[in-house]
Design a protein around this ligand. Structure first.
Ligand code: GLA
Length: 377
């Protein structure tokens, strides 16, 4: 992105030293199990956030966004700690804080990851800044360390109790592949995801719905899984099987039981999805995607009417599988469809939304893309 260097120079009156980029993501399967040390199978989308950055010797941190050019946010590096000022800038400040940066910097960000669509524009922002700082100050952090640092920024600085999936895939993804991530140790495997070769397309449906439940609902789901782990004396849902959970049913509440059932079955579905993908068995993949949605809707209760309608309309238009993605309570759904059926599926979803009186949905498609990168200017 050549224009970001030019824009940086116009805004700050000097050249950037490093330019970086990091993508948003879509999760194929493995939802709400990253914080339970499960497996997830996301891929990076083509849309990304760019950062241009240069160090300063006066300890000042200045942050600007190409989308909100009128305002340059400014803070002394010594004041960069949780609870200090900032709005969206907190995502940037959090990374500066969690990486222990003590120098001043000028940062300009720019990007095209749709915000509020559940495609992890926040992780893209955090990771673009993290790889830029890593390069600028020669921090020599591994991608795993950067993933942990950006998650810490979001958890402890911004105050969002997210897991590790979004940042990991934004940093570690490979083009043309989904990323099998083991959230226990952050080891990864690339799983080729070539839907186009099979005449298929992965349609992303932004429901444009954002429900107020989001924050509390996410933390509450996390707490249920942690409570089950404590009661059953295991480190996390990763150590649980359906048989053991069923045998100990009386030791957990009814809500905890169904939340844990989602986690356990979803971890198994990810492993089955990898086998299906490797065999190019897209019918099986579609079936697993549908099961994931049903489990998220019924056991985990993180879906919402807009997501359910998007899924149902896609399936009735012939999708092989469809499900909500991300944290839920709004945001996006995905549908694995025949490429020929793209227009028909979009029309079916649009019509269904109209007849329910929902906002007009937005549609995207994206090939699996590469993860973050940074280079000296
Ligand atoms: C959000 C969080 C992730 C993950 C998903 C649900 O996107 O940021 O860490 O928990 O929800 O899978």
């Amino acid at each position: 992105m050549a224009s970001i260097a030019r824009n940086f120079e116009e805004l700050f009156g000097r050249k950037p030293e490093v330019i970086s980029e990091a993508p948003g993501r879509v999760n194929l399967i493995g939802e709400h199990i990253d914080y339970s040390e499960g497996f997830v199978l996301p891929f990076a989308i083509a849309d990304r956030t760019y950062a241009a950055i240069a160090s300063r010797s006066d300890g000042l941190v200045r942050i600007a966004s190409h989308q909100r050019k009128e305002k340059i946010f400014s803070i002394d590096i010594h004041d960069v700690k949780p609870g200090s000022k900032g709005e969206w800038e907190k995502y940037v400040l959090g990374v500066i804080w969690s990486l222990g940066i003590t120098n001043g910097v000028d940062i300009l960000v720019d990007g095209n990851v749709p915000a509020g669509a559940g495609l992890s524009s926040s992780a893209a922002l955090e990771c673009s800044v993290a790889v830029a700082l890593n390069q600028l100050f020669a921090l020599n952090k591994t991608l795993q360390e950067l993933a942990r640092a950006t998650q810490k920024a979001e958890n402890d600085y911004v105050g969002v109790p997210c897991g590790i999936m979004d940042q990991s895939v934004s940093l570690m993804a490979h083009a043309g592949a989904a990323l099998l991530l083991d959230c226990r140790d952050l080891s990864t495997e690339s799983v080729p995801f070539s839907v186009a070769d099979a005449g298929l397309e992965l349609l992303i449906i932004d429901t444009q719905a954002h429900h107020a439940l989001v924050d509390g609902g996410y933390a509450e789901r996390r707490a249920s899984c942690e409570s089950v782990a404590t009661k059953l004396h295991i480190p996390s849902m990763r150590n649980l099987t359906l048989e053991v959970l069923t045998a100990h049913r009386s030791e957990v509440s009814d809500i905890e039981f169904i939340r844990a059932r989602h986690a356990v079955t979803e971890i198994a579905r990810v492993q089955e999805a990898v086998v299906a993908l490797r065999a190019s068995d897209f019918a099986e993949l579609g079936k697993l995607i549908n099961e994931s949605h049903n489990s998220l809707r019924d056991d985990y209760a993180v879906s919402c009417p807009e997501l359910d309608v998007a899924v149902e309309a896609s399936l009735s238009a012939g999708a092989l599988g469809a499900r909500m993605v991300g944290g839920g309570f709004g945001g996006s759904a995905i549908a694995l469809i025949q490429a020929d059926n793209l227009v028909k599926t979009r029309e079916a979803v649009t019509l269904a939304f109209e007849s329910h009186g929902f906002k007009k949905p937005r549609f995207f498609t994206s090939l699996p893309s590469a993860g973050a990168s940074a280079s000296l200017v």
